[in-house]
Ligand binder design. Sequence first.
Ligand code: OOG
Ligand code: MG
Length: 263
Amino acid sequence: MTLSTSDVAMLAERLDRAALERRAIAKITNEFPDMGWDDAYRIQDALRARIEARGADCHLLFKAGLTSRAKMVQMGVSEPVFGFLKPDGQVSNGDTTPATAYIHPRVEAEIAVRLKRPLKGPGCHVGDVLAAIDEVMVALEIIDSRYENFNFDLKSVIADNTSAAGWVLGEPVRFRPGMDLAHCGIVMRINDAIVSTVAGSAVLGHPAVPVAMLANLLAAQDREIPAGALILTGGASAACAVKAGDRVDLAIQGMGALSVHFS
Ligand code: OOG
Ligand code: MG
């Protein structure tokens, strides 16, 4: 831990403003190269406190990111990160969202899970996660880094709440034993052209793995993933830039499909 409480507050405000004003900023590690991992999550927590002070309730909305090899290669990093989703970022399935609501939006094909019971680490593993999943959903995350040219390192992106901006969910599907989240096919199309075909196992071998990692990370702060939590498990393939006029369709075997349009 190297940042003072006032630096943490100042950086959270800088990132919050950049998002509100849709203006990209330099990555914060340029100015604070010695900041620690704990500092990065302290800034993210301060950012969440600012957003919740405006009336949003984020306590059931979690996301993992950089959980597939394709995403890690695309962003030049080697470890997953965790953040939260903003309630007002949700776009209904089939709806239109203005491209101007973002700085430089990209879409990601993800599997989302909803828990029926809490998950508490340390020692949380895939078996615990599978026993706790109530529903699974097709999910499209609309990420939007607050950093210029989507250029960041892990600490900067954690502080920036892992580029969280928008999200779209398909219809919830009851999770049944035997439902295979690793070998299900995932197909994303933009304007009818296939941009990715991948399987659930692209996400750390199984999308339940990042959920267990999140429970274990929260345990270090004596927190848990509560019952009822929604978790986006991370892009299974590289993120794709989108612009006004684009239509995105995402289908996952056994879970259904969703679509969203950018105006
Ligand atoms: C960081 C967030 C990544 C995912 O699903 O991998 C993420 C980024 O790539 O901007 O949400
Ligand atoms: Mg994502």
